[in-house]
Design a protein around this ligand. Structure first.
Ligand code: KG4
Ligand code: ZN
Length: 375
């Protein structure tokens, strides 16, 4: 049995983990940079890279100590080599190269998206290739047929925003802070998903692609309408207080809906789009026995539940990784390394391999008409 050190630093999580080819997560640590980025309402690449540079080396040391593992005991060192914010990716990849060189352990440069794509197999030994994968994160929104390690056919991608990005922008509009996905999900629990009419971009289109920019703009307009129509609330001794803003989930408004209603309506609209796009993709895909979801948005319970229902209607097995493996982590990177190690034709990557800001899983996929470039 082999053991792999995984390193993740492509966005705002610094993470290291030890995983065996027998699917045991021996040790893992993760440091989020939420506090550093919160004042800016999003990830600032320069701040992220500096934070990775400070946190990563002691974290690797700690993870090796947690697992009582020496560098020379490792069978490989796997690090995210892209896609992602290039400064952060370079910190992780160069650290891995230095450790690999010093300890003469093979280096594996992992595609972050492949880490997400294979993560469900870490938790579920019964999940075999091929499977249909909905990969939904802050930077990506794709439907793929996963045929094997390194073998992906992309059927669908987004022509503008990723699903996680739409959640984050909705959170920003509602003043929920950063990162936004979990906050929108929580607020949506208190809201009425039918209260705010919102568009479902590309619903019913024969092409399986996603679009969320129009939905985000509609959320912004809904919030503006709500703020403009706030009923002035009388303030004791001062008569009416004009223009009081509706900033809480329970604010009474003339428009008749609360922030929670906007969150719930947004989540429902996004979900309707996801199920519709999946339907079209699965209809054009060579049949698969399982539907799998991965990436940060896969942590959303409402989305998981809807996907589970959708899969069972279509007679598909549904697999979602445990919550901790959905958002960025190093166990999935170590596991992608384990998967590579297990291949007959395993070859380590050279020490001069480049960090890649963009790195599509399916390089042969047709570019999508009207799309901005998404890896
Ligand atoms: O996979 P990930 O950690 O990083 C990327 O590779 O992008 O995904 C982060 C994204 C963010 O946009 C975040 O808001 C979203 O996943 N996310 C969620 C939830 N948890 C994380 N979106 C909706 N509901 C959640 N519970
Ligand atoms: Zn990710």
């Amino acid at each position: 049995m082999g053991i792999v050190l995984g390193i993740e630093s492509s966005c705002d999580e610094t993470a290291a983990a030890l995983v065996t080819t027998g699917r045991e997560i021996v040790a893992q640590r993760i440091a989020s940079q939420d506090e550093e980025h919160a004042p800016y309402g999003g990830v600032v690449p320069e701040i992220a890279a500096r934070a990775h540079a400070e946190k990563l080396a002691p974290m690797i040391e700690a993870v090796l100590a947690d697992g009582s593992v020496e560098l020379r005991d490792l069978d490989a060192i796997a690090a995210t080599a892209g896609p992602g914010l290039i400064g952060g990716v370079m910190v992780g990849l160069v650290s891995a190269k230095a450790l690999a060189m010093a300890s003469e352990v093979p280096l594996i440069a992992v595609n972050h998206l492949e880490g997400h794509a294979l993560s469900p197999r870490l938790a579920d030994p019964e999940l075999e290739f091929p499977y249909a994968l909905l990969l939904v994160s802050g930077g990506h929104c794709q439907i793929l047929r996963v045929e094997g390690v390194g073998k992906y056919t992309r059927l669908s991608t987004t022509i503008d925003d990723a699903l996680g990005e739409a959640f984050d922008k909705t959170a920003k509009i509602l003043g929920l802070g950063f990162p936004g996905g979990p906050a929108v999900e929580k607020l949506a629990l208190e809201g009425n998903a039918k209260a705010v009419p919102l568009p479902r971009p590309l619903l019913g289109s024969d092409e399986p692609h996603f679009s969320f920019a129009g939905l985000k703009s509609a959320v912004l307009r809904a919030k503006e309408r709500q703020s403009q129509s706030v009923r002035p609330e009388p303030v004791e001794g001062q008569g009416e207080s004009p223009g009081k803003r509706a900033s809480t989930s329970s604010a009474r408004t003339v428009s008749g809906y609360s922030d929670a209603d906007i969150a719930a309506s947004f989540q429902q609209a996004a979900l309707d789009c996801v199920l519709d796009r999946l339907r079209v993709s699965l209809d054009t895909m060579e049949p698969v026995p399982a539907l799998v979801v991965a990436g940060g948005v896969a942590a959303n319970k409402a989305i998981r539940a809807a996907l589970e229902g959708f899969a069972s209607e279509r007679g598909l097995r549904f697999v979602a990784p445990p919550m901790a493996l959905c958002t960025d982590n190093a166990a999935m990177i170590a596991w992608a390394g384990c998967e590579r190690l297990g291949m007959n034709e395993f070859r380590a990557d050279p020490l001069d391999i480049a960090a890649r800001p963009r790195w599509p899983l399916d390089p042969d996929a047709e570019p999508v008409r009207g799309a901005g470039y998404k890896a």
